[in-house]
Design a protein around this ligand. Structure first.
Ligand code: PLP
Length: 412
């Protein structure tokens, strides 16, 4: 269904040269900008001139370097515009605050990143009288039943953290349209692989802390949507990015922009290795979930919607049955076999392993965890690409065999 490879859109977006003709864009270090005529200043404050016309006001508003990174994100996502924020959570909360006001309602997936869950479940009702109904978004009837005349947003992750269920974005977009609501998709798990806006999403958000940055050294986020929506985020009276001020530093924007050109190579390699490991794990009888396996309930859906160059994503999960076993496996993998690191986050060049029920989804109650299908023994692996495939597989298999987790004797 997606019409073009996001990398083609990115290549077509005009390259921004550095101030002195440098091949990389310059870092605009100024927090404030000179106007050549006094009449320009009131126009800037009235919102009649802004970044799209090359006019800058103040670094918490638009900054040229951050704006250019936003343009790259807009090209990747196929949206009219995009802007960046200091974190994924800043991007998510700004997008939601822009779309909702006090008394409004959200329908959200019951399997989302724990911080987003806390924002919707705890923070927004208490601070802003915005309430959320959580549903299994793969059950479209349940989504329709949860929508009310106050619903302004339907919210889901493209590939859900940590269950790896895939959102049917065109179907959710249709429900949102019929309800006069906006579909917001967090595409953190599937940059390039899925283009939610091409599939009907109104707003796409990212934690760029993950795959897009790729080195686990920067916290950052992005919001992609229409020009009107992105301009609205910077409204001097009501724009959540402008007023709440989760501003991205231009040096960070410059660093991330230097990693965007190899995002496609990285995403392909993460996915290639995740696919190989998932197939081999399945073959030796380990309880593995990966959307690239035909047994995954959303395998066909993702195959239809994805950009095939990027496989089925770089994350897989293993169910060890108990938190104790999950911890034992991660301990062995990190401290005995050197397979990866016990750490939250994802999209890093080395493999990162975590147990979501006691970490990134621990904001959820036991009941909510179990109804979302997040078991205590679930281990999430963000598959890295360092070392050779056979070296890494040997480490993973040895740890599993030493725990007696495999069912089938002998290597595949
Ligand atoms: N969205 C998803 C799917 C995530 O996994 C995370 C963090 O793990 C976030 C958003 C939040 O991102 P950040 O840590 O950049 O605020």
């Amino acid at each position: 269904m997606p019409t073009r490879n996001p990398i083609e859109r990115l290549a077509d977006a005009r390259h921004e040269f550095g101030e002195h003709g440098g091949v990389n864009m310059s870092v605009e270090a100024s927090t404030t900008f000179t106007v050549m005529e006094p009449g320009t200043m009131p126009e800037l404050f009235q919102g009649r001139k802004s970044a799209p016309q090359g006019c800058y006001l103040y670094g918490r508003h638009f900054n040229p370097t951050v704006y250019q990174l936003g343009r790259q994100l807009a090209a990747i996502e196929g949206t009219e515009a995009a802007y960046c924020a200091a974190s994924g959570m800043a991007a998510i909360s700004a997008a939601i605050l822009q779309l909702c006001r006090s008394g409004d309602h959200i329908v959200a997936s019951n399997t989302i990143y724990g911080g987003t869950y806390a924002l919707l479940h705890d923070f927004l009702p208490a601070k802003a009288n915005i309430h959320t109904t959580f549903v299994d978004v793969t059950d479209l009837e349940a989504v329709i039943a949860a929508v009310s005349n106050r619903t302004k947003v339907i919210y889901a992750e493209s590939i859900a953290n940590p269950t790896l269920r895939v959102a049917d974005i065109p179907a959710l977009a249709e429900i949102a349209r019929a309800a006069n609501a906006q579909l917001v998709i967090d595409n953190t798990f599937s940059p390039l692989l899925l283009s939610p806006a091409s599939l009907g999403a109104d707003v796409v958000v990212h934690s760029m802390t993950k795959f897009i940055n790729g080195a686990s050294d920067i916290i950052a986020g992005a919001i992609c949507g229409s020009m009107e929506f992105v301009q609205g985020l910077m409204d001097l009276h009501t724009g959540p990015l402008m007023i709440l001020g989760p501003t991205m530093d231009p040096t960070i924007a410059s660093k991330i922009s230097l990693r965007i050109p190899h995002l496609a190579l990285r995403v392909s390699e993460h996915a290639k290795r995740a696919q190989i490991f998932a197939e081999r794990l399945e073959a030796i009888g380990v309880s593995v979930v990966y959307p690239g396996l035909p047994a995954h309930p959303d395998h066909e859906l993702l195959r239809r919607h994805r950009c095939a160059e990027y496989g089925f994503g770089g994350i897989l999960t293993l169910d060890l049955g108990s938190e104790e076993k999950a911890n034992q496996l991660m301990d062995l993998l990190q401290n005995k076999y050197g397979f990866g690191f016990m750490a939250v986050s994802l999209g890093y060049f080395d493999t990162l392993m975590s147990c979501p029920s006691s970490s990134t989804s621990s904001e959820m109650s036991d009941d909510d965890l179990s109804s979302a299908g997040i078991g205590q023994g679930l281990v999430r692996l963000s598959v890295g690409y360092t070392g050779t495939i056979e070296q890494r597989w040997g480490q993973l298999e040895s740890a599993l065999r030493s725990m007696g987790v495999t069912e089938v004797p002998g290597a595949p």
